[in-house]
Design a binder for this molecule. Structure first.
Ligand code: FAD
Length: 502
């Protein structure tokens, strides 16, 4: 199949890119391994940042300064300035296409304060912000007749004889057949890689870093892969997120003695480190929102109450919520320039799989939904503009077709996948030591060597989810390897990367 712009991923970034590309009057095809509205964007709760001018003490400059401070010198100021300046218009656009933002009493878009922000800047739809944004983007994309095909798994990128990216090799989950899609421009919008931490993550099980692994295998540069954000308020037993809005609205973090030991509104890296230190002293950690009252919780944080009841068996109106820090967001990704173009000609990237240098060493809550909308639009526009100047072309098969290999299936990869998640959480987590990073590195290297002994046990052609998960596992190993090597090469502690001397 041939198109002008091929987009892999139908989360907030992929759909925004698709809408922007379509508005440039080119043909657009979106491929996704999940049903679009199940993309991880639907899990975002707390909000999307924009200095709308409704709050006296806020300004675009304050948004820029908060973002730069949280990034610890590793963001690009020009790009941050662009993102924060575009934020009010981006939220206005989302509002105009139908995102049902919560409103204040004077009918303006309601805003709340999140960690690391100097003002109430995060625009929200109760605590379902990502879900409302994603569903609205999907409706908009359908209304523009954008072709969206789900249950298509990215295997490799296709390149022409000049090494230019010109399409993608996909696996159709329904038929088990490989398919080739050719395009004048390709955009990766495949999300982050927090699931390399297995169950110790707030993320969807599909956040396996596929696009990043595929891009790397094709020769794309990755940037800042060592920076993984641990969110302070994952539920203790399930790792499900209790949104930052719970702290933003006035929640306390307590130890077993009932003492507050950290500034709850500090950026996530600081709060997570403080909690980690308490846990290492043997303390249990809790989030306390009881003082906010039932009416406030039910109106502003309804999902958090449901999640705590369902997954931790506590009711936050009356009980403390047991929490622990868990992997939540990955700042690292495919390096792109200001046009969202990677170092590979023809390949663009946006969303959590990309690195636009706006988050640096630690992302501010509410800035990811902003990034996917602002740079999703840029990626779509720029990919479309490029497509208009290109002839359509086809490519040879990718050099390395993994699925053509023989797998002996002696080893159960699910066991190793679980081991990898726990090992990374313990050795490549909030506080890192060189010897532990080396241990994790050795485990990944050994496991990669054993891949031919694994493989999917299910031999079915149609709907082989076992095979799909094996492909994800391979990608996670590739990504984990880069995370560990990048962590080893950054000796200093900065933002979400803390090195402890031995
Ligand atoms: C619980 C939770 C709460 C959050 N709350 C907030 C918040 O309040 N504010 C904020 O700013 N950020 C928040 N975030 C972060 C934010 O939601 C994400 O960073 C953002 O939504 C990522 O969007 P995306 O479009 O890049 O990726 P995703 O939404 O993850 O979409 C990725 C897409 O790529 C597809 N895909 C992946 N691999 C393949 C493959 N191999 N083949 C084909 N398709 C593939 C998937 O099917 C999916 O459609 C939160 C995250 C979580 C987990």
């Amino acid at each position: 199949m041939k198109t002008d712009v091929l987009i892999i991923g139908a989360g907030g970034a992929g759909l925004t890119a698709a809408i922007a590309a379509k508005e440039e009057d080119v043909d657009v095809v979106v491929l996704t391994k999940e049903y679009p509205t199940r993309s991880q964007t639907c899990m975002a709760q707390g909000g999307i940042n924009a200095a709308l001018g409704n709050v006296e003490e806020d300004s675009i400059e304050a948004h820029i300064q908060n973002t730069l401070k949280s990034a610890h010198g590793l963001a690009n100021e020009e790009t941050v300035r662009y993102m924060c300046s575009e934020a009010p218009a981006t939220v206005a656009w989302l509002d105009s296409i139908g995102v049902c933002f919560s409103r204040s009493e004077d009918a303006k878009i309601a805003q709340r304060r999140l960690g690391g922000a100097s003002a109430a800047r995060s625009c929200y739809a109760q605590d379902y912000t990502g879900l409302k944004i994603l569903h609205t983007l999907y409706d908009k994309a359908l209304s523009l007749d954008i072709e969206i095909k789900n249950e298509k798994i990215l295997l490799e990128l296709l390149k022409d004889e000049n090494d230019m990216v010109c399409g993608a090799l996909m696996l159709d989950l329904r038929s088990g057949q490989k398919e080739r899609y050719f395009a004048k421009s390709v955009i990766l919008a495949t999300g982050g890689y927090s699931r390399i931490y297995g169950k110790n993550s707030t993320n969807s099980t599909k956040a396996t870093g596929d696009g990043i692994a595929v891009a790397k295998r094709a020769g794309a540069k990755l940037l800042h892969m060592e920076f993984v954000q641990f969110h302070p308020t994952g539920l203790k037993n399930s790792s499900i997120l209790i949104s930052e809005s719970a702290r933003g609205e006035g929640g306390y973090i307590l130890n077993s003695k009932g003492e507050r030991f950290t500034n709850e509104l500090a950026p996530r890296d600081e709060v997570s480190r403080a909690i980690d230190a308490e846990i290492k002293k043997g303390e249990e950690i809790f989030l306390d929102i009881r003082h906010l009252g039932e009416q406030f919780i039910d109106e502003g944080l309804p999902q958090e109450r449901k999640l705590a009841k369902l997954y931790e068996n506590v009711d936050p109106v009356y009980d403390l919520i047991p929490i622990k820090p868990v992997a939540h967001y990955t700042m690292g990704g495919i390096e792109v320039d200001n046009n969202s173009q990677t170092n590979l000609e023809g390949l663009f990237a946006c969303g959590e799989c990309s690195n636009h240098r706006v988050h640096g060493a630690n992302r501010l809550g509410g800035n990811s939904l902003l990034e996917i909308a602002v740079f999703g639009k840029e990626a779509g526009k720029n990919a479309a503009k490029r497509a208009k100047t290109m002839e359509s072309h086809v490519a040879a098969s990718p050099k390395d077709d993994f699925l053509e290999q023989e797998f002996t299936k002696e080893i159960d990869f699910y066991v190793l996948r679980q081991m990898m998640g726990d090992l990374l959480y313990n050795k490549v987590g909030i506080v890192r030591r060189e010897s532990e990073l080396r241990e994790a590195e050795a485990f990944i290297e050994e496991t990669k060597k054993k891949l031919p002994l694994m493989g999917a046990k299910d031999n079915s052609l149609r709907y082989n989810t076992d095979l799909a998960e094996f492909l994800e596992f391979r990608n996670m190993l590739d990504v984990a390897e880069v995370v560990i090597k990048s962590a080893l090469s950054r000796k200093e502690s900065v933002g979400a990367h803390t090195m402890e001397q031995e």
